[in-house]
Ligand binder design. Structure first.
Ligand SMILES: [Zn+2]
Length: 492
């Protein structure tokens, strides 16, 4: 067994602690202590330049084991053989949180490891091993494996957290909640962590992701299976600079993940990267945690931005995310509803329940978001039927001009309203009068760019659900960047 202890005070934003391993080892254990919890980020690099462990110091256990046997290796680790040589433990601390007292124990050993991580008994599915591409890859994640076959509307959540970062529920507790909320899928999007394993579940599909969390905005990399270097210590400034963030976005897209901007107008977490190219945006979190008081205003502004994005010619999918951090017994407001996974729920019409198919359907905008109403919407043009999110240009072009019939079946909401929004404006408003079927008509012409979507609101005007637009035509983009979009929406 070989052990080193480092203790004292860290004065630098980046500090490297080393451990030389000269004898074969089965495991490596790290114990973490900082006098204050301030989102210290830790990375363990092996002598071959592989990232073997990532850690955010908020609610995660204080001990982690990186093991050659995957079954004994903790969340956030890359299991597998431990090469001999110099291992480096990198600690990142934001300059405003310096100095900070620390104690770090790193131990390498063979045979039984005295303290396996707190969550080591979970039945896990393993997504990564050291055979993947460096520095870290969820190379075993089954992108195309379906939990359910056949086309259907699948109920999910694209924004969740666990105690791996700053959430309060463990991975296992989150899974229990997902089942209680009858979710078919959710995206695991802890802050700045690539998930390398998860709790096994027969029914609920877990899509790997990461919430890249900078001081100038947060985005979800949905379907991410490769670690990208978001660190502010990267020569281009990483996620803290415009140039660095553009690189991070382009790398996650190259890795096959969706670039989804989160809560774009939520107070200190608004998206402030003016150089972000609008053509890079794959999806847009229009509706973040409705139980968080500041989201009442932020969601209305996000809807406004989404309208302007479409009006500028970008047919980007709008999604929802609970961004759930707390326990199901807690709420942000006294006597308020708890913030729970699946509120709002994002329904995706997909050919099957696999990560690949769900993400493809998001790209195709077959999506609606709801806090309750289950929406069955079809669009009829000349006896042909289309669904939410579809581009009907071909038919409109062939017919030159056509009547477009939007038909909705939805359970009545007392006092509720249906708002039909065309090219950003409410053009039709219907009271939910107890009937469960509604219709709204449009006359669309070939050559024009026109889109229409539905919102359902309560008697007090609160958002209850929205669909993605059905549209016809194209528009050469008149703006290119996020900064221009904010200006166009009057939000600068
Ligand atoms: Zn979040």
């Amino acid at each position: 067994m070989k052990a080193v202890q480092y203790s004292g005070t860290i004065h630098q934003p980046v500090t490297i602690f080393e451990l030389d391993i000269h004898q074969p080892a089965d495991w490596l254990e790290i114990q973490v202590y900082f006098r204050i919890k301030k989102w210290q980020h830790l990375f363990l690099w092996d002598p071959n330049g592989r990232l073997r462990w990532q850690y955010v110091h908020v609610h995660a256990p204080k001990t982690a084991v990186i093991h050659k046997n995957e079954k004994l290796s903790d969340y956030g680790t890359l299991p597998g053989a431990l090469p001999l040589g110099t291992w480096k433990l990198e600690v990142l601390i934001l300059p405003e949180h310096l100095p900070v007292q620390h104690k770090l124990n790193i131990t390498a050993g063979t045979g039984l490891c005295s303290s396996s991580g707190e969550w080591s008994n979970d039945q896990k599915q393993y997504w990564a091993n050291a055979d993947g591409k460096a520095p870290m890859q969820a190379n075993l994640y089954p992108m195309t494996k379906a939990k359910k076959c056949g086309p259907a509307w699948y109920r999910g959540d694209f924004h969740t957290h666990t105690a791996m970062s700053d959430g309060k529920m463990t991975v296992k507790e989150g899974m229990v909640q997902a089942r209680k909320q009858k979710l078919d899928f959710f995206a695991a999007t802890d802050h700045n962590l690539l998930p390398t394993m998860w709790v096994e579940d027969e029914k609920v599909l877990v899509i790997p992701g990461m919430e890249v969390t900078s001081s100038k905005g947060h985005f979800n990399a949905l379907g991410l299976t490769s670690w990208v270097d978001w660190r502010p210590t990267h020569p281009d400034g990483g996620m803290e600079s415009e140039q660095g963030m553009n690189r991070v976005v382009s790398e996650i897209k190259k890795a096959g993940a969706l670039f989804s901007i989160n809560h774009p107008r939520l107070a200190a977490s608004s998206w402030l990267f003016n150089d972000t190219s609008l053509s890079d945006i794959d999806s847009f979190e229009v509706w973040n945690d409705p139980t968080f008081p500041k989201n009442l205003q932020a969601t209305e502004e996000a809807l406004l931005l989404w309208n302007e994005l479409w009006n500028a010619g970008y047919c980007v999918c709008g999604i929802g995310g609970s961004d759930c951090h707390g326990l199901p017994t807690e709420s942000y407001e006294p006597n308020g509803l708890p913030s729970v996974i699946g509120d709002p729920a994002t329904y995706v019409y997909s050919s099957e329940l696999s990560a690949r198919a769900i993400l493809q359907s998001v790209k195709e905008r077959r999506v609606y978001v709801t806090r309750g109403p289950i929406i069955d919407q079809t669009v009829e043009i000349n006896h042909e039927t289309f669904m939410i999110g579809e581009d009907v240009s071909d038919l409109i072009h062939r017919m030159e001009e056509a009547v477009v019939r939007f038909k909705v079946k939805v359970d009545p909401v007392p006092g509720g309203k249906l708002l039909w929004i065309e090219n950003g404006k409410v053009i039709d408003e219907q009271l939910m009068d107890g009937s469960s079927e509604y219709e709204s008509c449009a006359q669309w012409k070939s050559g024009e760019f026109v889109w229409r979507r539905l919102e359902i609101r309560s008697d007090t005007g609160n958002l209850l659900a929205f669909t993605n637009p059905v549209f016809s035509g194209t528009k050469p983009p008149e703006i290119d960047t996020w900064g221009q979009l904010l200006a166009k929406a009057g939000l600068v």
